[in-house]
Design a protein around this ligand. Structure first.
Ligand code: NDP
Ligand code: MG
Length: 283
């Protein structure tokens, strides 16, 4: 039984993670849980998975909600610092960081110092402090398991390979909703159009970042820190179908790719169950 500390449980990645945990109750349990402001959903999730502690990082928990949590036997804490405190708990196996934004950095550092492996969706951790995070991981013999689909694909392609044979990492990009839009029409696009990603259902920030392709820039930085490859050897290829999640080119010219449906539960499940692969009933 792998015990998880899940930060950002009410978000798009967080809910997909809870879905996987519910499919495999004999393999995973969630012992710590967080949301930022959505206390209704934090409570509903707490009722469903019964963590030891639930944290609301972005607002106070009033007396009404405290008594509701008490009635189900779940301790509740609040405040930004509570996230790092949760990641610093001793009795769990894997931190799943599904927080959005730079707020994900402090709990990642706390988990690494606590010698816990981190399944990392929060790319901002690596974009803002990749050098610090990777150095600290090495010092503490901690591993970072990427959840971002492209990086999960690269990780899977690298299994059994010697780093010195890698020529290039090729990140795929769908191109987003405006791939075929003429440049002069960009001034008329709406937020609603930008939020309509053709292939992926994701949180609002990453969906907007995908529409502008900023997300791919962040992912190049993420890959740079995760895989220790010089920046010139990381390239991006537009692949509108989002079936190939990324590829590795080796020095002999051969290319290895990882393929799958665009469903984040696949890379989440890979990171949660690593080094095992487990069967599932996903489409
Ligand atoms: P969402 O916006 O859907 O969810 C964010 C989660 O973080 C929610 O639980 C939210 O709580 C919580 N949160 C929001 N602000 C803060 C804060 N300041 N401090 C602590 N917690 C906070 O985001 P996603 O699930 O889409 O993305 C999460 C991370 O995963 C991002 O780094 C993103 O880039 C990355 N990622 C996401 C993918 C996806 O498919 N969604 C794919 C690849 C990477 P509340 O609900 O209470 O606001
Ligand atoms: Mg991605």
């Amino acid at each position: 039984m792998k015990k998880l500390c899940l930060l950002g449980a009410t978000g798009s990645i967080g809910k997909n993670c809870v879905d996987i945990v519910k499919r495999f109750p004999d393999r995973f349990s969630i012992v710590y849980l967080s949301a930022h402001k959505n206390i209704e959903e934090l409570f509903a999730l707490s009722q469903a998975v019964r963590p030891r502690i639930a944290v609301l990082s972005g607002a106070r928990v009033d007396a009404f909600w405290r008594s509701k949590f008490k009635s189900i036997g779940v301790a509740v804490e609040s405040g930004e610092d509570a996230l790092a405190a949760l990641a610093g708990q001793s009795d769990y196996d894997l931190l799943v960081n599904a927080v959005v934004g730079a707020a994900g950095l402090a709990p990642t550092l706390a988990a690494i110092r606590n010698q816990k492996n981190v399944a990392i969706a929060n790319k901002e951790t690596l974009v803002t402090a990749g050098e610090l995070v990777t150095a600290l991981s090495r010092q503490n013999s901690v591993r970072l398991f990427p959840i971002d689909s492209e990086h999960s694909a690269l990780w899977q392609c690298l299994v059994g390979e010697d780093a010195q044979n890698i020529e290039r990492l090729i990140l795929t990009a769908s191109g987003g909703p405006f791939r075929q839009l003429p440049a002069e029409e960009f001034k008329n696009v709406t937020v609603e159009q930008a939020l309509r990603h053709p292939n992926w259902q994701m949180g609002r920030k990453i969906t907007i970042d995908s529409a502008t392709l900023m997300n791919k820039g962040l992912e190049v930085i993420e890959a740079y820190w995760l895989f220790d490859v010089v920046l010139e050897n990381i390239s991006v290829l537009v692949h509108p179908q989002s079936i190939i999640h990324s590829m590795i080119e080796f020095c002999d010219g051969s290319i290895k790719a990882q393929l799958g449906l665009p469903d984040m539960r696949l890379p989440i499940q890979y990171a949660l169950s690593y080094p095992e692969r487990i069967a599932n009933d996903l489409p």
